[in-house]
Design a protein. Structure first.
Length: 88
């Protein structure tokens, strides 16, 4: 069984990704926010917990912040022109 998927090549609007230059490379702000959150969680938990738990908590903070923040308005990635809409 096959299904035909209609694609609308016209995008209503494209959100621009906010970036910051780091060593001459444009980094999305949400990635820098994730690194900062992981650093803060790591420093605070290192004072209270074991190094193993600190690594886990800072890793979870990094991934969670990265995945959540990239879907906030102004952080969404845009697909290249070669990809159909909805695929990025």
């Amino acid at each position: 069984m096959t299904a035909m998927i209609e694609m609308n090549p016209v995008r209503e609007h494209v959100r621009a990704v906010r970036t910051v230059d780091v060593a001459g490379v444009a980094w999305p702000v949400y990635k820098l926010q994730a690194i900062a959150a992981a650093g803060v969680v790591g420093l605070i938990s290192l004072l209270v917990l074991t190094p193993e738990l600190t690594a886990w908590f800072s890793g979870v903070a990094l991934v969670t912040t990265w995945l959540v923040a990239r879907h906030l308005p102004g952080n969404a990635a845009t697909a290249p022109a070669s990809n159909p809409p909805g695929i990025s």
